[in-house]
Design a binder for this molecule. Sequence first.
Ligand code: GDP
Length: 369
Amino acid sequence: IKEARACSGCGVTLQTEHSEQPGYVPAKALERTPIICQRCFRIKHYNEAASVAIDQDEFLRMLGRIGKEDALVIHIVDLFDFDGSVISGLQRFVGTNPVLLVVNKIDLLPKATNWNRITNWVQRQAKEHGLRIVDVILVSAKRNLGFDRLVDQVGEWRQRRDVYVVGATNVGKSTLINRLINDYSDMEQELTTSRYPGTTLDVVHIPLDDGKHIIDTPGIVYPSRMTELAHRDDLGALLPDKPLKPAVYQLNEGQTLFFGAFARFDFVEGERQSFTCYVSNGLPIHRTKLERADELYRDHRGDMLAPPTRERVDELPAWTKHQFRIARGSETDVFISGLGWVTCNGTTGALVEVHAPKGVKVLTRHSLL
Ligand code: GDP
């Protein structure tokens, strides 16, 4: 048994197995001295933050400590997976510290979107998740949208305090942090990492001009998101990178839509009506009869119904069924965390069912668009 070694940069225990987890170092790099983890390596050599993930317990411990400090908290969520990436318990942990809610990936919505409406929607959802936020800022880290306002609001709210950036994995936190590094790049000082007190976590400090820092924290893993259950190689199909193209289906009752082999949506009962799907365009939608759906899945998951491919499709947990009654006259999204959502236009009401891997969060919400 090899002796556990620590990163000489941040002190985290080194491991060579899981590249997304703290302390990862490629096996080859173990021959170098001093040994530093990949994250420290990137920060040191490229001044670039990379994502690391941690589990909920450790994450909550970290939040608890932030609550004891006087700081501004930036909570970054993914607009595409809002209900899957929002940290519901955040308020209890951060105490009285102000929270700025940064909603990333707005480039995925059509250019003609009514942004005030989106902001109101976010405010309302945030409230339902128990968050008290001082402001909502819509951004796209990838397309560089909304950063002027973000930098302004950070300046306004932080009042000579440290700024903690918290979020789930894959929300675009590293992309955003790297943008912020560029925005603050006139700084002379270097980025540093250090172990977060009382935890095994390393955090990245971006120096601000008054001796305070923007502190990037590891991303929390929520196993209730399809993007966490899926194989890394299928993330490209699940995570959209172009504006979402709504796919409208006129369905009769007794029809089913498959989203690759990740999930399925059944229109069980109701008058003929339209359903609008918002999923990554890397994910083919297949329409069939409900009465054939079980058989089709049994025989064709991994080929006609893909991704995931044959080799990977059975690595996902078995499906469970969620039933929803959509009220007449309501604009409702049936939301599948990490996969997208189906908007029921609700002119006449409907009974629908979703089959998705066990553990994936499936819910209805007031429609986003
Ligand atoms: P982290 O795990 O939160 O640090 O997330 P990353 O920064 O690694 O980003 C996760 C995924 O989301 C990557 O595929 C990014 O390319 C993508 N991403 C990040 N920001 C944006 C954005 O503003 N728009 C879109 N469409 N994708 C983004």
